[in-house]
Each structure stands twice: as structure tokens, then as C-alpha cells.
Design a protein around this ligand. Sequence first.
Ligand code: HGY
Ligand code: MN
Ligand code: MN
Length: 413
Amino acid sequence: MSNPSIDAARLLGRIGMLGAIGRDAEGRLVRLAASDAEKLGRDQFVSWLEDAGLEVAVDRIGNVFGIWKPEGAGDTQPLMLGSHIDTVINAGIYDGCYGVLSGLEVIETLKGDGFAPSRPMVVAAFTNEEGVRYAPDMLGSLVYAGGLDVDAALAIVGTDGTVLGDELRRIGYAGPHEPGFMRPHAYLELHIEQGPVLEREGIPVGAVQNLQGISWQKVTIEGDANHAGTTPISMRRDAGYAAARVIAFLRERAKVSNTPTVATVGCIGFEPNAINVIPSRATFTVDLRDPDDDRLKEEEAALTAFLEKIGAEEQVDVSVERLARFAPVTFDHRIVELVEKAARDRGLVCKRMTSGAGHDAQMLARIAPAAMIFVPSVGGISHAPKEYTADEDLVAGANILLDVVRQLATKDS
Ligand code: HGY
Ligand code: MN
Ligand code: MN
């Protein structure tokens, strides 16, 4: 019998339904961690888990798990699938959700086919993967993997002044389980690539062998508010201009380096933020990434040195807060090979690749063999409403996940 396949209509239908949950007044998808909008998404996911006959568990950091413990599977370590359902602001519908819903789809397909796995199987939706409302990102999986104390995480204050623990309680997802209560036998995450590589090379499947390092910092520059019309340039302590020099420095440095280093200033704010007042304060974030940790450290050091230079030249005061730093991660080569074999067996070309984005898999890799499967992103676009992956690629990726799971859930694997 040829390998069974997933129920494509059920998966694609759910991706569309979840993608409609959490739209704001302008129709943008904004399902920030532990928000009312995300609660609606969580509730929908839990309802699908219950419909599938899975046991639902929530841990103290709000990670949601659907657990299938069939007869004979015993209490051994589970095979865990998952990703996240929180989004960025004005997001696409695939980032994270595709992996969570494909994990559920694979379990439902195997369950429906009477497959008898040698171990329990779990699908997880981890809290605050995006890190837009609470830093750092991949927070729920970081705590689950023991990388951050759960009480310290629950005390994190968001960009809106709320406290994560309060919000999880408010939306009813402050669960009883201690994070890490199920140590996975292995973890597998299916995700859209969110970059241009697979589409550009016309390849439908990526076997992700590593994931680049990430450094997040918040920079605050203090100058003097003054009159935009009367203050000579030579007398200005212009926090806005100093910030602009830093942003230009980061881009120029990344552009001329013949390395994969990337730098992004995604958030910026001026005070008092008035057209005719020289900014007294500029606050902005810096996101640096590189697959090589030594190079990432060099970029961080170069930024520190430039901030000192700017402080002296522009007579401003500069302070920096570290928001997150995660070293590059290498995934489990055995699982990567299973992904490649599964693609071959389905007649699909597969490319080994590095993940430019952060994912929950990089945290689960701290406590279990982990790997990822990518499918192409049209135009390489993600974290934007134009994010799109063709149905054919979505279904192919989920079938590869199914095949690898069958391998990993079969005795002695
Ligand atoms: O920032 C990231 O790479 C991920 O989307 N949280
Ligand atoms: Mn994601
Ligand atoms: Mn994302």
C-alpha cells in the first residue's frame, strides 16, 4: 500500500479558518501572544484537539498540547510536533499555524488509519513565539526547554505594559502543568521557509539542518529637545539624527559584508515626537542575525563601538538593554536524513538549508533531537499579509511530516 496521505481539504480548511481569527478593525491579522485575539485562536485549536479525541494539556507558560496516547504506546517519551499560533502585526496566515495544524492533521490521519505508534504523540502550540508583545521570542518553548525560569517569564512586562502571567490568567491559559512535563523523544516542526531560497531554486521541500543566531537589543538615545527653527545645527543634541546614523551604520555594514549577516531596526520611537521639536529621546530595537556565532559577536561588538562613537560625536547619552540572544543551533542529522528520504520517496526534490528565522525547534533542540521541514514562500515574503504558500506545497510538506512521523513512531526508532 502506498503511504497514506493527509486529508488536504481538512488541513487547508483549518489554515483558512484560523487565519480568519484575530483580525483587527482594518482586517489585519494581529494575534499577539496572550491577547483576546489569540485567545480566540487558542480556543479554536483546543476545540479541534477535542474533536480529534486528544487529551488537552496546558502548562504554566500557556503552551497548549494535544496528546494521543494509544493502547500499547505506554508512558514512553512522546514524539512531539508543533509550532506557534501567535502572530506578528499584520501577519500572514501560515507562519506557525501551518506547523501546528499540520501536526494535528498528521496525528488525526494516523489515528484514523488505525496506525499503532510505539510511543505517544503530541502536537504543541507554544506561547509567544513571535516575541512582538513580550521579549524574548520563542519564549514558551524556551521555558519548556528549561532555558528560562517560568516565574521569571510570567513576570515579563510587555511593550504595552501588561504582565505576561496576568494576561495568560485573564485569557484562561495559565495552565497547571510544569513546563517540560513531557520530555520529547524527538521534536519535528513543519514551517514555511519565510525566505526566497526554495522558490528561487524551484525546490518544494527544505530539510533544515541548522538555524542562525539571533541578537535583540533595545537602544535608547537621550539628547535635548529644542526648537527646530532657531537651534543652530552646531548646538544640537539631536537624538533622532543620532538614531538615524546608527540605522544607516547597521545597514551599510551588513551590505558590504560578504557574509549572511542581517541587521534590522524594526521599532523606533521619538520623544516628544513633534514636527518642530528636535527629538530629546530616540528608542529603537536592533535585530542582528548570523549563522556563525563568532561573526554575530563581531557584529554586536561593532554596534557597541559605534554607539560609543555616536555618543561622543553627537553629545548624546546612549544606553542599551539586551532583549534576547540565542546562539546558532544545529539540528539532528538523523532526522534531517529522514526528511530527505521521505521527500525522495515521494519523488520530491529536497534541499538542505539554514533557517534565517527563529523557531520553537531551536529551543526543543536543547532537550531532544529536533529538526524542521520547510516549504516555499512565494516571493520569499513573510511577516506580512502577502505571505503565501501554494496549497500543493502545503500538502506536500504535511505528507513529508506524516512520513517522517511514521518512521519515528515505529518501534525502535
Ligand atoms: O523572529 C523570528 O525569527 C521569529 O519569527 N520569531
Ligand atoms: Mn514562525
Ligand atoms: Mn514569525
